[in-house]
Design a protein around this ligand. Structure first.
Ligand code: XMP
Length: 508
């Protein structure tokens, strides 16, 4: 394993935000690596250590623990977050008190002084809490360096190397969170800088090691994630077959575009035409989870049939897919919806060690940066995300060819206008979804009774939260006119002004 020296070691006590800590450290320009707590103290020679939060109480009989003597021996700055801080407090001779109520949400941070961890911070700022225990007695060496608005200690220091904070600096709701992490990392010496090329080499080495001589089947959809994955595998020189399954739920002319893009990049792909099969199985099905299930399973069937007995399946799963599906053993997040690439069948394959997900620790923007370092053209990397189940999740209710045709036309018009107005690259994702409700209108002096189409454009950092975009009226007006005049079956155009949460980005 590389980077065993002077990296930032993040020890995972099970918080759903742990990967975000790693991401923030990388954003600050330092190399970070996540370790399962069971692996401690085998964490190389870190330059700093962060103990994550976690769902357990330190009082639980199965509460995760760590070898404190070993931790001290590293002699580097240590930051405990939530559970991590409580554990440190106990190790330093203090105690933790289980409270009846879970404290969740915003709180005020009032640092004792604007120095150390809180250098450059305002007198008061918002932080995000998520815990049920609070520290009670403090050990001898302990100094309270910040309190909340009620005077409760929320940040502690033990000597000049150990720090603890009761809130989550890694989430954006903690307004000065990045600065606090930065201030913490400034306490460390000679931290290894993060370079995307190092990450690329590391992922490629990992792929080679895991794959060996086996053949890898890799599904490509034309999206950024699977494209980066296929190019990475190609670059790693392993034996791959990249397969594009056309499930009939693609956007207008998308199949052709995918083939020509891969041709441009010199990565051979095979196409499996399976539209009839998918649409046949989906006919009459309107329950969203059922649709996802059918698509996900069929996808694997089609793959497996196409490749015979492939030894490994590679997937471009990203970190948000992992936590939103809450289907991996470590995730504590509740299930929101099944993302198409984490259906049960794949989980079984995973248990057999037959799934390769080299991007599962990364967020979209990091994958784009990785793609750029692999030489993937920018227009491919800047493509908006498109969900695995395709237009199925943009077609509430049952799916028919007629509805798909309408969505494709409206979507193409909307996207063309976004590009023409220079807005395509400014938004995270934009699309048209069908609202399968008929309403009355007038077309050419005739009464019309047709469906509505909903346009959605959002900005997001990582798809976990999203905001709708204030597109120029002129863009919306021209899109609406072109749809109403050009697409049969639609007599109403709506613009979706819902944030995520509570809405999700897709309709289903
Ligand atoms: P939601 O709708 O969950 O979408 O807010 C978050 C992001 O994930 C994409 N998405 C999917 N991607 N398989 C995927 O590969 C899926 O099943 C899936 N469902 C949603 C969505 O387009 C958005 O970018």
């Amino acid at each position: 394993m590389q980077h065993e020296d002077n990296h930032v070691a993040v020890l995972d006590f099970g918080s759903q935000y742990t990967q975000l800590i790693v991401r923030r450290v990388r954003e600050l320009g330092y190399f970070a690596r996540l370790y399962a707590i069971e692996d401690f103290p085998e964490i190389g020679n870190p330059g700093a250590i962060i103990l994550s939060g976690g769902p357990k109480s330190t009082a639980d009989s199965d509460a995760p623990d760590l070898d404190f003597e070993a931790l001290k021996k590293f002699g580097v700055p240590v930051l405990g977050l939530c559970y991590g801080m409580q554990l440190l407090n106990i190790k330093f001779g203090g105690s933790v008190h289980p409270s009846d109520k879970r404290e969740y949400g915003p709180a005020k941070l009032c640092p004792a002084a604007p120095e150390g961890l809180f250098e450059g911070l305002a007198h008061e700022s918002q932080v995000w809490m998520s815990h049920s225990d609070t520290v009670r007695d403090l050990g001898e060496e302990c100094e309270v360096i910040a309190r909340n608005q009620h005077g409760t200690p929320v940040a502690l220091r033990w000597g000049d190397k150990f720090f603890g904070i009761q809130f989550h600096p890694e989430v954006t709701h903690t307004h000065e969170g990045t600065r606090i992490l930065h201030n913490f990392l400034l306490q460390a010496k000679n931290l290894e800088p993060f370079r995307i090329d190092d990450l690329k080499r590391e992922i490629i080495d990992g792929i080679r090691e895991k794959v060996g001589n086996r053949q890898v089947v890799c599904g490509v959809s034309g999206g950024v994630d699977s494209t980066v994955l296929a190019v990475l595998l190609h670059e790693a020189g392993v034996n791959i077959r990249a397969i594009f399954v056309d499930h009939g739920l693609m956007r207008k002319d998308e199949g052709e575009e995918v083939r020509s893009n891969f041709h441009r990049m010199g990565v051979p792909i095979e196409t499996v035409e399976a539209s009839e099969l998918f649409l046949g199985k989906l006919a009459g099905v309107s329950e969203p989870e059922k649709k996802r299930d059918i698509i996900g399973n069929l996808f694997i069937d089609v793959f497996w049939e196409a490749v015979g007995d492939a030894e490994l399946l590679a997937q471009g799963t990203l970190y948000p897919d992992v936590i939103e599906s809450a289907s991996n053993a470590k995730s504590k997040a509740s299930k929101i919806k099944t993302h198409h690439n984490r259906v049960d069948r794949i989980i079984e394959l995973q248990a057999e060690g037959k799934v390769l997900e080299p991007l599962a620790e990364f967020f979209k923007d990091e994958v784009r940066a990785l793609g750029a370092s692999l030489g993937i053209p920018n227009d491919i990397l800047q493509r908006h995300p498109f969900p695995g189940p395709g237009l199925a999740v943009r077609c509430p209710g049952d799916i028919t060819e007629e509805k798909l045709g309408i969505i494709r036309e409206c979507d193409a018009i909307f996207i063309d206008h976004l590009k023409a107005f220079g807005w395509y690259d400014k938004v995270w994702q934009a699309y048209a979804a069908l609202v399968p409700v008929k309403t009355v209108g007038v077309k050419g002096d005739e009464r019309s009774y047709e469906w509505a189409i909903s346009l959605r454009a959002v900005i997001s950092e990582d798809a976990m939260t999203a905001d709708w975009v204030e597109l120029p009226y002129q863009l919306l007006r021209q899109t609406s006119n072109d749809i109403l005049n050009g697409v049969a079956g639609i007599n109403r155009v709506l613009y979706d002004v819902s944030t995520k949460p509570p809405a999700s980005i897709e309709w289903e």
